[in-house]
Design a protein around this ligand. Structure first.
Ligand SMILES: Cc1ncc(COP(=O)(O)O)c(C=O)c1O
Length: 477
Protein backbone atom coordinates (compact mmCIF):
# COMPACT_ATOMS: atom_id res chain seq x y z
CA UNK A 1 0.00 0.00 0.00
CA UNK A 2 1.12 3.55 -0.73
CA UNK A 3 1.54 5.42 2.57
CA UNK A 4 1.44 8.90 1.10
CA UNK A 5 0.35 10.98 4.06
CA UNK A 6 -1.19 13.63 1.80
CA UNK A 7 -3.79 11.20 0.62
CA UNK A 8 -7.23 11.02 2.22
CA UNK A 9 -8.89 7.94 0.67
CA UNK A 10 -12.06 7.96 2.74
CA UNK A 11 -12.74 11.65 2.34
CA UNK A 12 -11.99 11.43 -1.40
CA UNK A 13 -14.42 8.54 -1.88
CA UNK A 14 -17.18 10.41 -0.03
CA UNK A 15 -16.57 13.59 -1.97
CA UNK A 16 -16.64 11.74 -5.28
CA UNK A 17 -19.86 9.98 -4.32
CA UNK A 18 -21.51 13.27 -3.29
CA UNK A 19 -20.27 15.15 -6.36
CA UNK A 20 -22.07 12.63 -8.60
CA UNK A 21 -25.37 13.78 -7.05
CA UNK A 22 -26.75 10.24 -6.74
CA UNK A 23 -30.43 9.47 -6.31
CA UNK A 24 -30.97 8.15 -2.82
CA UNK A 25 -33.34 5.28 -2.16
CA UNK A 26 -31.44 4.43 1.01
CA UNK A 27 -30.84 5.68 4.54
CA UNK A 28 -30.18 8.21 6.03
CA UNK A 29 -33.63 9.72 5.69
CA UNK A 30 -32.37 13.20 4.89
CA UNK A 31 -31.49 11.81 1.42
CA UNK A 32 -28.17 13.64 1.08
CA UNK A 33 -29.75 16.76 2.58
CA UNK A 34 -32.76 17.04 0.26
CA UNK A 35 -35.14 16.56 3.20
CA UNK A 36 -34.23 18.55 6.28
CA UNK A 37 -35.89 20.98 8.73
CA UNK A 38 -35.76 24.32 6.91
CA UNK A 39 -34.73 26.42 9.93
CA UNK A 40 -31.45 24.52 10.22
CA UNK A 41 -30.56 24.06 6.56
CA UNK A 42 -28.10 26.94 6.49
CA UNK A 43 -25.99 25.21 9.16
CA UNK A 44 -26.26 21.59 8.07
CA UNK A 45 -26.38 21.88 4.26
CA UNK A 46 -22.63 21.70 3.57
CA UNK A 47 -22.17 18.46 5.52
CA UNK A 48 -25.34 16.47 4.77
CA UNK A 49 -24.24 15.25 1.29
CA UNK A 50 -21.26 13.58 3.00
CA UNK A 51 -23.43 11.97 5.66
CA UNK A 52 -23.70 8.71 3.76
CA UNK A 53 -23.89 5.07 4.66
CA UNK A 54 -22.30 1.74 3.66
CA UNK A 55 -22.89 2.17 -0.09
CA UNK A 56 -20.87 0.58 -2.90
CA UNK A 57 -17.33 1.93 -2.74
CA UNK A 58 -17.74 3.40 0.73
CA UNK A 59 -16.64 0.36 2.74
CA UNK A 60 -17.90 -0.71 6.17
CA UNK A 61 -16.18 0.26 9.42
CA UNK A 62 -16.78 -3.17 10.84
CA UNK A 63 -15.74 -5.00 7.68
CA UNK A 64 -12.35 -5.33 6.02
CA UNK A 65 -10.77 -3.94 2.86
CA UNK A 66 -11.86 -0.72 1.17
CA UNK A 67 -11.44 2.99 1.77
CA UNK A 68 -12.00 2.97 5.55
CA UNK A 69 -9.47 0.20 5.93
CA UNK A 70 -7.04 2.17 3.76
CA UNK A 71 -7.58 5.31 5.84
CA UNK A 72 -7.01 3.34 9.05
CA UNK A 73 -3.81 1.82 7.65
CA UNK A 74 -2.54 5.29 6.72
CA UNK A 75 -3.27 6.41 10.28
CA UNK A 76 -1.45 3.38 11.71
CA UNK A 77 1.58 4.16 9.57
CA UNK A 78 1.58 7.82 10.65
CA UNK A 79 1.14 7.12 14.37
CA UNK A 80 3.57 4.19 14.34
CA UNK A 81 1.02 1.56 15.34
CA UNK A 82 0.48 -1.93 14.00
CA UNK A 83 -3.27 -1.33 13.75
CA UNK A 84 -5.40 1.78 14.09
CA UNK A 85 -9.17 1.69 14.55
CA UNK A 86 -11.36 4.69 13.83
CA UNK A 87 -13.68 5.41 16.75
CA UNK A 88 -16.95 7.23 16.24
CA UNK A 89 -17.84 7.00 19.94
CA UNK A 90 -14.86 8.99 21.21
CA UNK A 91 -12.08 7.72 23.46
CA UNK A 92 -14.99 6.45 25.56
CA UNK A 93 -15.53 3.61 23.04
CA UNK A 94 -11.79 2.92 22.90
CA UNK A 95 -11.44 2.69 26.68
CA UNK A 96 -14.37 0.27 26.87
CA UNK A 97 -12.95 -1.91 24.07
CA UNK A 98 -9.45 -1.98 25.58
CA UNK A 99 -10.70 -3.12 28.96
CA UNK A 100 -13.20 -5.64 27.58
CA UNK A 101 -10.51 -7.12 25.35
CA UNK A 102 -8.21 -7.94 28.28
CA UNK A 103 -10.54 -8.62 31.22
CA UNK A 104 -13.16 -11.30 31.79
CA UNK A 105 -15.24 -11.46 34.96
CA UNK A 106 -12.98 -11.54 38.02
CA UNK A 107 -9.75 -10.73 36.16
CA UNK A 108 -7.45 -8.24 37.85
CA UNK A 109 -6.53 -4.96 36.22
CA UNK A 110 -4.37 -2.24 37.79
CA UNK A 111 -5.91 1.19 37.22
CA UNK A 112 -5.25 4.70 38.44
CA UNK A 113 -8.04 6.02 40.59
CA UNK A 114 -8.22 9.34 38.82
CA UNK A 115 -9.45 7.88 35.55
CA UNK A 116 -12.17 9.05 33.20
CA UNK A 117 -15.63 7.64 33.87
CA UNK A 118 -15.48 5.57 30.68
CA UNK A 119 -12.76 3.51 32.37
CA UNK A 120 -14.93 2.86 35.43
CA UNK A 121 -17.76 1.92 33.08
CA UNK A 122 -15.45 -0.45 31.23
CA UNK A 123 -14.45 -2.08 34.51
CA UNK A 124 -18.07 -2.57 35.47
CA UNK A 125 -19.08 -3.91 32.05
CA UNK A 126 -16.26 -6.43 32.04
CA UNK A 127 -16.84 -7.49 35.65
CA UNK A 128 -13.11 -7.08 36.24
CA UNK A 129 -11.49 -6.91 39.65
CA UNK A 130 -9.77 -3.50 39.65
CA UNK A 131 -6.76 -2.68 41.80
CA UNK A 132 -6.90 1.09 42.17
CA UNK A 133 -3.73 3.14 42.51
CA UNK A 134 -3.94 6.49 44.27
CA UNK A 135 -2.48 9.45 42.36
CA UNK A 136 0.07 11.63 44.09
CA UNK A 137 -0.52 15.29 44.83
CA UNK A 138 1.85 17.44 42.79
CA UNK A 139 2.59 20.71 44.56
CA UNK A 140 4.01 22.29 41.40
CA UNK A 141 0.55 22.31 39.80
CA UNK A 142 -1.62 22.02 42.92
CA UNK A 143 -3.38 18.93 41.63
CA UNK A 144 -3.40 15.18 41.90
CA UNK A 145 -1.59 13.93 38.80
CA UNK A 146 -0.59 10.26 38.41
CA UNK A 147 0.45 7.39 40.67
CA UNK A 148 4.23 7.32 41.14
CA UNK A 149 6.38 4.53 39.79
CA UNK A 150 6.78 3.01 43.25
CA UNK A 151 3.02 2.61 43.60
CA UNK A 152 2.91 0.93 40.20
CA UNK A 153 5.77 -1.39 41.18
CA UNK A 154 3.96 -2.25 44.42
CA UNK A 155 0.77 -3.05 42.51
CA UNK A 156 2.62 -5.28 40.05
CA UNK A 157 4.46 -7.09 42.83
CA UNK A 158 1.28 -7.73 44.81
CA UNK A 159 -0.83 -8.63 41.79
CA UNK A 160 1.36 -10.63 39.45
CA UNK A 161 -1.75 -12.10 37.86
CA UNK A 162 -3.00 -8.68 36.67
CA UNK A 163 -4.14 -8.76 33.05
CA UNK A 164 -3.14 -5.16 32.31
CA UNK A 165 -2.19 -1.78 33.73
CA UNK A 166 -4.34 1.11 32.59
CA UNK A 167 -3.01 4.67 32.86
CA UNK A 168 -4.00 8.13 31.69
CA UNK A 169 -1.31 10.19 29.98
CA UNK A 170 -1.18 13.19 29.83
CA UNK A 171 -3.78 14.49 32.26
CA UNK A 172 -6.50 16.91 31.16
CA UNK A 173 -4.16 19.82 31.83
CA UNK A 174 -1.36 18.40 29.68
CA UNK A 175 0.73 17.23 32.61
CA UNK A 176 3.04 14.33 31.80
CA UNK A 177 5.06 12.03 34.02
CA UNK A 178 7.84 9.41 33.79
CA UNK A 179 5.83 7.24 31.42
CA UNK A 180 8.81 5.73 29.55
CA UNK A 181 10.22 4.21 32.76
CA UNK A 182 6.75 3.13 33.84
CA UNK A 183 6.03 1.31 30.57
CA UNK A 184 9.43 -0.40 30.76
CA UNK A 185 8.70 -1.46 34.33
CA UNK A 186 5.28 -2.88 33.46
CA UNK A 187 6.73 -4.77 30.51
CA UNK A 188 9.32 -6.36 32.81
CA UNK A 189 6.32 -8.12 34.36
CA UNK A 190 5.10 -8.98 30.85
CA UNK A 191 1.85 -7.14 31.48
CA UNK A 192 0.22 -5.07 28.70
CA UNK A 193 0.00 -1.30 29.13
CA UNK A 194 -3.25 0.38 28.10
CA UNK A 195 -3.10 4.14 27.86
CA UNK A 196 -5.87 6.68 27.74
CA UNK A 197 -4.06 9.37 25.74
CA UNK A 198 -7.33 11.19 25.04
CA UNK A 199 -5.58 14.55 25.42
CA UNK A 200 -2.42 13.76 23.47
CA UNK A 201 -3.26 13.06 19.82
CA UNK A 202 -1.02 15.97 18.74
CA UNK A 203 2.02 14.54 20.55
CA UNK A 204 2.82 12.50 17.43
CA UNK A 205 3.23 15.63 15.33
CA UNK A 206 6.60 16.76 16.54
CA UNK A 207 9.28 17.41 19.06
CA UNK A 208 7.61 20.65 20.20
CA UNK A 209 5.28 18.45 22.23
CA UNK A 210 5.97 15.68 24.72
CA UNK A 211 6.39 12.23 23.15
CA UNK A 212 3.33 10.09 22.60
CA UNK A 213 3.25 6.85 24.60
CA UNK A 214 3.28 5.07 21.25
CA UNK A 215 6.99 5.91 21.02
CA UNK A 216 7.58 4.12 24.32
CA UNK A 217 5.86 0.91 23.32
CA UNK A 218 2.47 1.20 25.06
CA UNK A 219 0.45 -1.78 23.86
CA UNK A 220 -2.91 -0.10 23.26
CA UNK A 221 -3.57 3.64 23.15
CA UNK A 222 -6.70 5.73 22.69
CA UNK A 223 -6.59 9.33 21.50
CA UNK A 224 -9.52 11.72 21.11
CA UNK A 225 -8.77 13.28 17.73
CA UNK A 226 -11.58 15.75 18.42
CA UNK A 227 -9.99 17.15 21.56
CA UNK A 228 -6.58 18.49 20.53
CA UNK A 229 -6.76 18.04 16.75
CA UNK A 230 -9.47 19.42 14.45
CA UNK A 231 -11.59 16.27 14.04
CA UNK A 232 -15.34 16.25 14.53
CA UNK A 233 -16.60 15.63 18.05
CA UNK A 234 -16.60 11.89 18.90
CA UNK A 235 -13.79 11.17 16.42
CA UNK A 236 -10.97 9.22 18.08
CA UNK A 237 -8.29 6.63 17.37
CA UNK A 238 -7.48 3.33 19.03
CA UNK A 239 -3.96 2.12 18.25
CA UNK A 240 -2.61 -1.36 18.90
CA UNK A 241 1.07 -2.08 18.68
CA UNK A 242 1.92 -5.37 20.30
CA UNK A 243 1.12 -9.04 20.42
CA UNK A 244 0.20 -8.60 24.09
CA UNK A 245 -3.16 -7.25 22.89
CA UNK A 246 -5.34 -9.20 20.50
CA UNK A 247 -6.38 -7.00 17.61
CA UNK A 248 -9.18 -9.35 16.70
CA UNK A 249 -10.63 -9.13 20.23
CA UNK A 250 -10.46 -5.34 20.01
CA UNK A 251 -12.26 -5.52 16.69
CA UNK A 252 -14.88 -7.85 18.18
CA UNK A 253 -15.65 -5.48 21.07
CA UNK A 254 -15.60 -2.35 18.92
CA UNK A 255 -18.30 -3.73 16.65
CA UNK A 256 -20.36 -4.47 19.78
CA UNK A 257 -19.86 -1.06 21.34
CA UNK A 258 -20.02 1.16 18.29
CA UNK A 259 -22.97 1.87 16.01
CA UNK A 260 -23.59 -0.34 13.00
CA UNK A 261 -24.25 2.95 11.14
CA UNK A 262 -21.10 4.92 11.98
CA UNK A 263 -21.00 8.56 10.98
CA UNK A 264 -19.11 9.05 7.72
CA UNK A 265 -18.45 12.75 8.39
CA UNK A 266 -16.76 11.78 11.67
CA UNK A 267 -14.74 9.02 10.03
CA UNK A 268 -13.77 11.30 7.13
CA UNK A 269 -12.66 13.93 9.63
CA UNK A 270 -10.34 11.32 11.17
CA UNK A 271 -8.87 10.64 7.75
CA UNK A 272 -8.40 14.39 7.18
CA UNK A 273 -6.97 15.03 10.63
CA UNK A 274 -4.32 12.34 10.22
CA UNK A 275 -3.24 14.05 6.97
CA UNK A 276 -3.40 17.46 8.71
CA UNK A 277 -1.12 16.29 11.55
CA UNK A 278 1.24 14.47 9.20
CA UNK A 279 1.66 17.58 7.08
CA UNK A 280 2.38 20.08 9.85
CA UNK A 281 5.86 21.32 9.05
CA UNK A 282 8.52 22.13 11.63
CA UNK A 283 7.86 25.81 10.85
CA UNK A 284 4.07 25.41 11.36
CA UNK A 285 4.71 23.81 14.72
CA UNK A 286 7.16 26.53 15.74
CA UNK A 287 4.57 29.19 14.94
CA UNK A 288 1.85 27.36 16.84
CA UNK A 289 3.97 26.89 19.94
CA UNK A 290 5.25 30.46 19.76
CA UNK A 291 1.65 31.68 19.59
CA UNK A 292 0.70 29.48 22.56
CA UNK A 293 3.63 30.95 24.52
CA UNK A 294 2.55 34.48 23.64
CA UNK A 295 -1.05 33.70 24.58
CA UNK A 296 0.15 32.29 27.87
CA UNK A 297 2.15 35.46 28.57
CA UNK A 298 -0.93 37.58 27.93
CA UNK A 299 -2.94 35.42 30.34
CA UNK A 300 -0.20 35.84 32.91
CA UNK A 301 -0.70 39.60 32.86
CA UNK A 302 -3.07 39.65 35.82
CA UNK A 303 -2.89 40.06 39.58
CA UNK A 304 -5.73 37.59 40.10
CA UNK A 305 -4.13 34.40 38.85
CA UNK A 306 -0.83 32.83 37.80
CA UNK A 307 -0.25 30.70 34.74
CA UNK A 308 0.99 27.28 35.83
CA UNK A 309 3.96 25.58 34.17
CA UNK A 310 2.77 23.20 31.42
CA UNK A 311 4.33 20.16 29.73
CA UNK A 312 1.98 20.50 26.78
CA UNK A 313 2.51 24.04 25.50
CA UNK A 314 -1.06 24.16 24.15
CA UNK A 315 -2.58 23.89 27.63
CA UNK A 316 -2.82 27.16 29.54
CA UNK A 317 -3.90 26.70 33.15
CA UNK A 318 -4.66 29.64 35.42
CA UNK A 319 -4.16 29.08 39.12
CA UNK A 320 -6.56 31.59 40.65
CA UNK A 321 -5.57 33.43 43.79
CA UNK A 322 -7.54 33.03 47.04
CA UNK A 323 -10.63 35.20 47.01
CA UNK A 324 -11.98 34.03 43.66
CA UNK A 325 -12.96 30.65 42.30
CA UNK A 326 -12.07 29.16 38.94
CA UNK A 327 -15.78 29.10 38.13
CA UNK A 328 -16.12 32.84 38.75
CA UNK A 329 -13.13 33.61 36.51
CA UNK A 330 -14.46 31.31 33.80
CA UNK A 331 -17.83 33.09 34.03
CA UNK A 332 -16.20 36.50 33.61
CA UNK A 333 -14.31 35.32 30.51
CA UNK A 334 -17.51 33.85 29.09
CA UNK A 335 -19.27 37.17 29.50
CA UNK A 336 -16.53 38.57 27.25
CA UNK A 337 -17.26 35.87 24.67
CA UNK A 338 -14.11 33.89 25.56
CA UNK A 339 -14.89 30.28 26.51
CA UNK A 340 -12.39 28.19 28.49
CA UNK A 341 -12.34 24.38 28.37
CA UNK A 342 -13.07 23.85 32.05
CA UNK A 343 -12.79 25.34 35.49
CA UNK A 344 -12.22 23.71 38.85
CA UNK A 345 -12.48 25.42 42.18
CA UNK A 346 -9.08 27.03 41.83
CA UNK A 347 -8.00 26.53 38.22
CA UNK A 348 -9.21 27.44 34.75
CA UNK A 349 -7.99 25.61 31.65
CA UNK A 350 -7.69 27.23 28.21
CA UNK A 351 -6.67 25.18 25.18
CA UNK A 352 -4.72 26.73 22.33
CA UNK A 353 -5.48 25.25 18.89
CA UNK A 354 -3.20 23.84 16.23
CA UNK A 355 -2.91 27.14 14.35
CA UNK A 356 -1.52 30.45 15.64
CA UNK A 357 -4.03 32.46 17.67
CA UNK A 358 -5.17 35.69 16.07
CA UNK A 359 -7.19 37.68 18.63
CA UNK A 360 -4.49 38.84 21.05
CA UNK A 361 -6.01 42.30 21.43
CA UNK A 362 -9.46 40.99 22.34
CA UNK A 363 -7.82 38.74 24.95
CA UNK A 364 -5.68 41.55 26.42
CA UNK A 365 -8.68 43.83 26.71
CA UNK A 366 -10.79 41.11 28.34
CA UNK A 367 -8.08 40.43 30.93
CA UNK A 368 -7.80 44.12 31.80
CA UNK A 369 -11.61 44.44 32.09
CA UNK A 370 -11.86 41.31 34.23
CA UNK A 371 -9.11 42.67 36.50
CA UNK A 372 -11.13 45.86 37.00
CA UNK A 373 -14.25 43.84 37.85
CA UNK A 374 -12.35 41.78 40.39
CA UNK A 375 -10.99 44.69 42.43
CA UNK A 376 -11.83 44.43 46.13
CA UNK A 377 -12.95 40.79 45.95
CA UNK A 378 -13.54 39.35 49.38
CA UNK A 379 -11.08 36.63 50.42
CA UNK A 380 -12.20 33.08 51.15
CA UNK A 381 -10.33 30.17 52.59
CA UNK A 382 -8.13 27.92 50.51
CA UNK A 383 -9.62 24.45 50.18
CA UNK A 384 -7.39 21.76 51.55
CA UNK A 385 -7.61 18.57 49.49
CA UNK A 386 -4.03 17.37 49.32
CA UNK A 387 -4.46 14.47 51.72
CA UNK A 388 -7.58 12.73 50.45
CA UNK A 389 -6.14 9.44 49.21
CA UNK A 390 -4.04 7.95 51.96
CA UNK A 391 -3.97 4.32 50.79
CA UNK A 392 -1.82 3.69 47.74
CA UNK A 393 -3.64 0.54 46.60
CA UNK A 394 -7.29 -0.26 47.15
CA UNK A 395 -9.82 -2.79 45.92
CA UNK A 396 -13.61 -2.82 45.81
CA UNK A 397 -15.42 -4.38 48.76
CA UNK A 398 -18.18 -5.78 46.56
CA UNK A 399 -17.47 -7.11 43.09
CA UNK A 400 -19.39 -5.89 40.07
CA UNK A 401 -21.35 -9.08 39.50
CA UNK A 402 -22.54 -9.12 43.14
CA UNK A 403 -23.57 -5.46 42.83
CA UNK A 404 -25.64 -6.32 39.81
CA UNK A 405 -28.00 -8.45 41.90
CA UNK A 406 -28.44 -5.97 44.74
CA UNK A 407 -31.23 -3.46 45.28
CA UNK A 408 -30.22 0.12 46.00
CA UNK A 409 -31.49 2.20 48.87
CA UNK A 410 -30.65 5.53 50.45
CA UNK A 411 -29.47 6.03 54.03
CA UNK A 412 -28.61 9.24 55.90
CA UNK A 413 -24.92 10.01 55.55
CA UNK A 414 -24.46 9.87 59.31
CA UNK A 415 -25.73 6.27 59.37
CA UNK A 416 -23.94 5.05 56.25
CA UNK A 417 -20.70 3.78 57.82
CA UNK A 418 -20.32 0.08 57.12
CA UNK A 419 -22.54 0.08 54.02
CA UNK A 420 -21.19 -0.34 50.51
CA UNK A 421 -21.73 2.67 48.32
CA UNK A 422 -23.93 2.18 45.27
CA UNK A 423 -22.42 5.11 43.40
CA UNK A 424 -19.20 7.04 43.16
CA UNK A 425 -18.98 10.21 45.23
CA UNK A 426 -16.69 12.71 43.57
CA UNK A 427 -15.68 15.97 45.26
CA UNK A 428 -14.95 18.97 42.99
CA UNK A 429 -12.10 19.73 43.51
CA UNK A 430 -10.23 17.47 42.88
CA UNK A 431 -12.75 15.72 40.56
CA UNK A 432 -11.47 12.25 41.55
CA UNK A 433 -13.85 9.68 43.09
CA UNK A 434 -13.41 9.78 46.85
CA UNK A 435 -15.72 6.80 47.33
CA UNK A 436 -16.19 4.39 44.45
CA UNK A 437 -19.27 2.37 43.66
CA UNK A 438 -18.53 -0.91 45.49
CA UNK A 439 -16.35 0.60 48.24
CA UNK A 440 -17.31 0.39 51.89
CA UNK A 441 -18.13 3.72 53.53
CA UNK A 442 -16.12 4.39 56.68
CA UNK A 443 -16.41 6.90 59.53
CA UNK A 444 -13.36 8.64 58.04
CA UNK A 445 -15.16 9.05 54.73
CA UNK A 446 -18.17 10.60 56.48
CA UNK A 447 -15.99 12.99 58.48
CA UNK A 448 -14.02 14.00 55.36
CA UNK A 449 -17.19 14.54 53.32
CA UNK A 450 -18.60 16.83 55.99
CA UNK A 451 -15.35 18.78 56.16
CA UNK A 452 -15.19 19.08 52.38
CA UNK A 453 -18.77 20.37 52.24
CA UNK A 454 -18.01 22.89 54.98
CA UNK A 455 -15.11 24.15 52.88
CA UNK A 456 -17.53 24.73 49.99
CA UNK A 457 -16.56 21.66 47.94
CA UNK A 458 -19.32 20.31 45.70
CA UNK A 459 -19.85 16.54 46.07
CA UNK A 460 -21.13 15.09 42.82
CA UNK A 461 -23.96 12.57 43.34
CA UNK A 462 -24.38 13.51 46.98
CA UNK A 463 -26.61 16.00 48.68
CA UNK A 464 -25.38 15.70 52.20
CA UNK A 465 -28.93 16.27 53.51
CA UNK A 466 -30.55 13.66 51.24
CA UNK A 467 -28.28 10.79 52.17
CA UNK A 468 -26.21 8.37 50.24
CA UNK A 469 -27.16 5.47 47.91
CA UNK A 470 -26.00 2.12 49.25
CA UNK A 471 -26.51 -1.61 48.77
CA UNK A 472 -28.79 -2.33 51.75
CA UNK A 473 -27.68 -5.83 52.63
CA UNK A 474 -24.02 -4.94 52.82
CA UNK A 475 -23.78 -3.26 56.21
CA UNK A 476 -21.07 -4.89 58.30
CA UNK A 477 -22.17 -3.10 61.44
C1 LIG B 1 -8.88 11.50 30.21
C2 LIG B 1 -10.10 11.30 29.36
N1 LIG B 1 -10.30 10.10 28.81
C3 LIG B 1 -11.37 9.83 28.03
C4 LIG B 1 -12.30 10.82 27.78
C5 LIG B 1 -13.46 10.49 26.89
O1 LIG B 1 -13.19 11.02 25.64
P1 LIG B 1 -14.30 11.19 24.52
O2 LIG B 1 -15.01 12.45 24.83
O3 LIG B 1 -13.50 11.28 23.26
O4 LIG B 1 -15.17 10.01 24.56
C6 LIG B 1 -12.13 12.10 28.33
C7 LIG B 1 -13.12 13.15 28.09
O5 LIG B 1 -13.04 14.24 28.53
C8 LIG B 1 -11.00 12.34 29.14
O6 LIG B 1 -10.79 13.53 29.70
Amino acid sequence: MNFNQNSTPLFDALKQFADNQPTSFHVPGHKSGRIFPEQARKYFDPVLPLDLTELSGLDDLHGQGGVIDEAQKLAASYFGAEHTHFLIGGSTAGNLAMILSVCAVGDKIIVQRNSHKSIFNGLELSGARPIFMAPKFDDSVNRYTAPDIETIRMALEQHRDAKAVMLTYPDYFGKTFEIKEIIELIHEYNVPVLIDEAHGVHFSSGRMFPDSVLTFGADAVVQSAHKMAPAMTMGAFLHIQSGRISNSRIHHYLQMIQSSSPSYPIMASLDLVRAFLANLSARDLELIVESARETSEIFDFSDYWDVLPADDPLKITLQVKPGITGGEIAGLFERKGIYPELSTNHQVLFIHGLVPFAAFNQLKKAIIDIGAQLKNKRNHDIINIDNLFTERLTELDLDYSAMHHQQITQVPLQQSAGFISAEAITPYPPGIPFILKGERITCNHIRAMKELTQQGVHLQHLDINDGIKVFPSTSNQ
